[in-house]
Design a protein around this ligand. Structure first.
Ligand code: CU
Length: 147
């Protein structure tokens, strides 16, 4: 009885040290991975470049302004809360890209984006996750991160 207990106690410092090592390795790996992901793919990944920005909430509706520029949808990644209505106000400000509509397949949304005209896209995300939207040909895309 005493001996096995001693064995467990002796093992504890090892166990305690292991997660710390694993964490620092993981962090380094994640940093490397993120960097490589940005440089590696030739295809633009606008969602990875900017941190998600939080929307303004008014009368229980999460208001998100999106503009379409030559760089794509800006911001390309927005963060919203699940279970609360979201209203995207999308204004296309360039005629030089093919992003003339916003298609969000997950929600069956296909919203034309007339030039220089704000249009609203409304939905209520039911669960946390990532909603992707893009132009009709899926060249230019953005993300709504639901938490
Ligand atoms: Cu396109």
């Amino acid at each position: 009885m005493m001996k096995s207990l001693m064995g467990i106690l002796a093992a504890l410092p090892l166990l305690a040290a292991a997660p710390a090592l694993a964490n620092s390795e993981h962090a380094a790996h994640a940093k490397k991975g993120g960097h490589a992901a940005q440089e590696g793919t030739g295809k633009a990944a606008p969602a990875a470049q900017k941190p998600a920005s939080a929307p303004v909430t008014k009368n229980g509706v999460q208001l998100v302004d999106l503009i379409v520029t030559s760089k794509g949808f800006e911001p390309a990644n927005v963060k919203v809360k699940a279970g609360q209505p979201v209203r995207l106000l999308v204004t296309r400000k360039t005629d030089k890209t093919c992003a003339t509509e916003l298609v969000m397949e997950d929600l069956g949304i296909n919203q034309p984006l007339p030039l220089d005209t704000p249009v609203t896209v409304e939905f209520t995300p039911s669960e946390s996750g990532t909603l992707r939207y893009a132009c009709a040909m899926d060249h230019i895309s953005g993300l709504v991160t639901v938490q």
